[in-house]
Design a protein around this ligand. Structure first.
Ligand code: GAP
Length: 485
């Protein structure tokens, strides 16, 4: 097994080398914390999104989808609390001109004290930081940075500016003339698009509580520090579901969604010990329960999904700010009320990173009398970007034509790749590296007996099978029923 640091480095370079993830605008030296998905990345991302959509929308009769716009009325972000409260405390070093999140600098110092065995000091600093953050005491945070002798990693000095609150929303102007253009925001979460459409969906779909609305889409946050590859990005994609329930039943539904969402993660084949819940002790003012599903990334356990019991906060705020009633008449109890909400919110890019970290394996094949190592992405076959590779043994004697016929028969149902360059061994390795579960080799015998060799990614076993059976063999392994039932 690779040490964690190497694993992470390998995953990042592998992603680029094999067309999964590229830095955005790379030929112009890149754009910080923005990434593009390449030819294999886009397939994997689509499959992960489909897995989520099928599990949430298709498999639940009481959950429907939505695709709301990225631009929304600016008042929405006032109502949701994002204009006033969606901030990170930031500090600049005057010598290096580098900007940092004040709390991240302090957390790094806390980790260092812990590593040095000075647990008491670490605890003191941690507690003071939490109390200053809670009270929005920016001066206190600065004092703590100075007292803890935290230095800028670039300039090596402690020449710091004041700590200021920095709003994470990106804004732009809507309207053609400067004088009547309105400032609007790029949404920092998809959830608010669901809240403001609650009544539209409920009435047009005649939805009865409990019911959910799900959507996937881009969100934007001007993160002060963006690092760890696609873990923290400025443009990313969320998959969120708001589940509307009768007040008083929210804890039961909170437990239900906690359980259901963890099962969904584990069905992809991860080791259960790679996951844990982090229940929030200190809750946001609008929540009465919250937990994170954390995954053991190469850099430690980190949040991949949040499950929040958000009470009636969001709908009440929108009712107040819009002046429109956002109530539901519950015929079973004969009452009008603002429903309570359980939210499940997962970042698609983080899920993508999780999938790659989980799947990346550097195998030493020396035991099997093979001289080389192989890199294999052991992605669940249903999620793999390419389902099968069609490989004519040589480029002549009618083998490419026979391979193309197989390709034509299967390509409507499966994403396939055709490759005729290089030795068959090299082609197998390239397919292993992108996680293709099946390699189908067309050889001279195939021309006379209509059979091919199928080689399985994980076991590297090979089997001779009739061409007529390929459809069934592949279908069985890549069907959505292997993940959902
Ligand atoms: N509506 C609730 C909400 O947005 P959040 O914890 O801020 O909650 C939910 O975000 C999920 O979105 C996170 O668990 C994470 O997977 C993903 N996410 C948040 N910020 C991100 C960023 N800057 N880059 C990538 N993913 C991010």
């Amino acid at each position: 097994m690779l040490p964690n640091q190497d694993l992470f480095k390998n995953v990042i370079s592998h992603s680029k080398e094999y067309g999964f993830v590229f830095p955005s605008s790379e030929i112009y030296d890149g754009l910080s914390a923005v990434y593009d998905y390449g030819q294999n990345g886009v397939e994997l991302k689509n499959n992960l999104r489909t897995y989520w959509w099928k599990a949430m929308v298709q498999m639940n009769e009481n959950i429907v989808g939505l695709d709301s716009a990225i631009f929304m009325h600016p008042k929405i972000w006032k109502a949701s609390g994002h204009v006033d409260g969606f901030n990170d405390p930031m500090i600049d070093n005057k010598d290096s001109n580098k900007r940092y999140r004040a709390d991240s600098l302090i957390e790094e110092a806390v980790d260092l004290y812990r590593e040095q065995g000075n647990h008491e000091r670490a605890q003191q600093i941690q507690e003071r930081m939490e109390s200053y953050l809670r009270d929005e005491n920016m001066e206190g945070l600065r004092e703590l940075i100075v007292e803890a002798k935290i230095l800028c990693p670039i300039s090596g000095t402690g020449n710091w500016t004041e700590v200021r609150q920095f709003n994470l929303m990106f804004s732009t102007q809507m309207g053609s003339l400067a004088e009547d253009a309105a400032e609007i925001y790029l949404r920092p979460e998809t959830a608010q698009g669901i809240f403001v459409n609650f009544l539209n969906v409920q009435k047009s779909g005649r939805m009865k509580i409990p019911f959910g609305i799900a959507q996937t889409g881009k969100a934007f946050r001007n993160e002060v520090i963006a690092r760890q590859f696609i873990m923290r990005m400025r443009e990313f994609e969320q998959m969120e579901m708001q589940f509307f329930v009768r007040p008083g039943t929210e804890m039961e539904w909170f437990r239900h969604w906690k359980d259901t969402r963890l099962k969904w993660h584990l069905a992809m084949g991860s080791d259960p010990s790679s996951y844990r819940f982090h229940d929030h002790i200190k809750l946001a003012h609008y929540a009465n329960a919250a937990t994170d599903i954390e995954f053991n990334f190469p850099f430690g356990f980190k949040e991949v999904e949040g499950i929040h019991s958000r009470t009636d906060f969001d709908l009440s705020q929108h009712q107040k700010f819009s002046g429109k009633k956002l109530q539901y008449f519950d015929a079973e109890v004969g009452q009008n009320y603002i429903p309570f909400v359980i939210e499940t919110s997962i970042g698609l890019d983080r899920l993508f990173l999780l999938t790659l970290c989980n799947a990346y394996k550097l195998e030493d094949l020396s035991q099997e009398n093979k001289t080389d190592d192989r890199v294999v992405l052991a992605i669940h076959p249903t999620l793999a970007p390419v389902k099968a590779a069609i490989l004519p043994l040589t480029k002549k004697d009618g083998l490419p034509q026979a391979a193309s016929r197989i390709m034509d028969d299967l390509k409507l149902d499966f994403n396939l790749q055709y490759e005729e360059k290089d030795s068959i061994g090299k082609r197998y390795r390239r397919q292993d590296a992108i996680g293709t579960p099946f390699c189908i080799t067309v050889d001279y015998e195939s021309l006379s007996d209509e059979s091919v060799t199928i080689r399985y990614r994980d076991s590297m076993q090979q089997e001779r099978v009739p061409v007529s059976r390929l459809q069934k063999i592949i279908s069985e392994k890549v069907s959505w029923s292997t993940l959902l039932n």
